[in-house]
Design a protein around this ligand. Structure first.
Ligand code: S3P
Length: 436
């Protein structure tokens, strides 16, 4: 595959219907949870991206059997017992979700686990999961970054844990470890995506949840076994986000995206864009195994308004801000996004990148450590040359830049095409469908 994408033409308006690939958070969770059951779990529409394939490689290294046949995936796990080896070597590649969650699963393993990742993951903060896992009794060779060597223990102790970042990865890591204890773990967590809670409830695991305005209180008892999990993975709203924005920014376009996960803890982008004047409707809403699913219908918008984005929506749009900033670039007025320190903790420092790309586009913006002010230009039309280096091969920086090029014009050279393999391998294929 070509490593650089050149775009020198805006997209023409389109009226189409598409499917996007399976949700990444649900795909990784399905793989990891299935590895805990001794019986066969089956999924359809599992996302076949590098993050998910690395999850499969990791559970295989831990003794699970995996069969992938076209759209179907079967996993037979090894119960709660990881195979006994002196040293287990795991590579999480680019995935923070995999790297963090799998440490939770390994809390009761006596083996020495060595975890590595790619250049981007090796820069990211792991102290956020190392600290709570130490409370369960695990031992680590490091305080903050990969490579990590961890040693678990046969009888981890339940803990009380306060999660203050709104990180579903931290919450889920602790929930996975809690399953392996003999007592009750208590979690007070700032609001974040709740896929793990819904899956645990569906599996009838001993979990109690109290939803408060800003926090959730979770009580989770250890379990000794887990039933198999059969699951049809719905489309990923984070992948849809790029096409939603492409449509919103294209005057006469219409798009129907079928069968998407619209869990309210993930749909911040819809709330934010609607507030900015976008036309988005949810159709055929239904519940599947606790998750909300719908078709998303979007129309191009002629007039977009700026937004002072409420920080309480941040966690439900955390992976979508890069693309939301493009809508702010075209909106009338000055938009303001705050309390976004977590954005610089992603695959690359995304707040910094967003500001740079807006600079390249000639959009005035003011960035602080955790906020971004964007001075929108409703007549934005680019004629210049823009090069996106994308040093850390961040998939969402690549896709955001592609949508900017197709929406605003200009002559773009965008590195690194292969980065889409992390979360959305079919991104360019779907774009080609919209262009024909
Ligand atoms: C994820 C949680 C989010 C998100 C990531 C996937 C998950 O990270 O950015 O892409 O599947 O739990 P944080 O929990 O660190 O915010």
């Amino acid at each position: 595959m070509k490593k650089i994408l050149y775009i020198n033409q805006k997209i023409n308006s389109f009226k189409k219907e598409i499917f996007v690939e399976g949700d990444k958070s649900l795909s990784i969770r399905w793989v990891l949870i299935s590895s805990l059951s001794k019986k066969k779990s089956v999924s359809y529409n599992l996302l076949k991206s590098e993050d998910v394939m690395n999850s499969i490689k990791c559970i295989k290294a831990l003794g699970s059997k995996v069969k992938l046949i076209k759209n179907k995936c079967e996993i037979i796990g090894n119960g709660f017992n990881i195979k006994k080896k002196t040293k287990i070597f795991l590579n999480a590649g680019n995935s923070g979700t995999l790297g963090r969650l799998i440490l939770g699963l390994l809390i009761n393993s006596n083996n020495t686990i060595k975890l590595i990742g790619d250049k981007s993951l090796s820069k990211r903060d792991f102290s956020r999961v190392i600290e709570p896992l130490k409370k369960f009794g695990a031992k680590f060779n490091t305080k903050k970054t990969l490579p990590i060597t961890m040693k678990g223990l046969e009888n981890p102790k339940p803990i009380s844990y306060l999660e203050t970042k709104g990180s579903a990865q931290c919450k889920t890591t602790v929930m996975f470890a809690a399953l392996k204890t003999k007592g009750v773990t208590k979690i007070k967590a700032k609001k974040s995506r709740d896929h793990t809670e819904l899956l645990f409830k569906y599996l009838k695991l001993p979990i109690k949840i109290k939803k408060k305005e800003k926090f959730d209180l979770i009580k989770l008892k250890g379990a000794r076994k887990i039933e198999p999990l059969n699951y049809n993975i719905p489309g990923d709203i984070s992948s849809c986000a790029f096409f939603i924005v492409l449509t919103v920014l294209s005057n006469n376009s219409q798009l129907l995206i079928k069968n998407v996960n619209i869990n309210p803890s993930r749909t911040g982008i819809i709330r934010i864009l609607k507030k900015m004047g976008a036309f988005i409707k949810l159709k055929n809403q239904k519940i599947y195994k606790g998750e909300k699913i719908a078709d998303i219908f979007v129309k191009g918008s002629k007039q977009l308004k700026s937004i002072n984005c409420p920080a309480k929506w941040n966690s439900s749009a955390i992976d979508e801000f890069l693309i939301i900033f493009l809508v702010a670039a075209k909106a009338k007025g000055v938009s303001f996004f705050k309390n976004l320190e977590e954005l610089n903790q992603k695959e690359s420092p995304r707040l910094i990148w967003a500001s740079k790309i807006l600079d390249f586009m000639g959009i005035k913006n003011i960035m602080t450590k955790n906020s971004l002010k964007i001075y929108g230009n409703p007549n934005l039309f680019l004629k210049k040359k823009i090069i996106i280096k994308n040093f850390l091969k961040d998939h969402r920086v690549f896709m955001m830049s592609t949508i900017a090029a197709l929406s605003f014009g200009g002559y773009w050279k965008i590195n690194d095409v292969d980065s889409i393999k992390t979360s959305f391998p079919k991104f360019l294929k779907i774009l080609r469908e919209l262009r024909t």
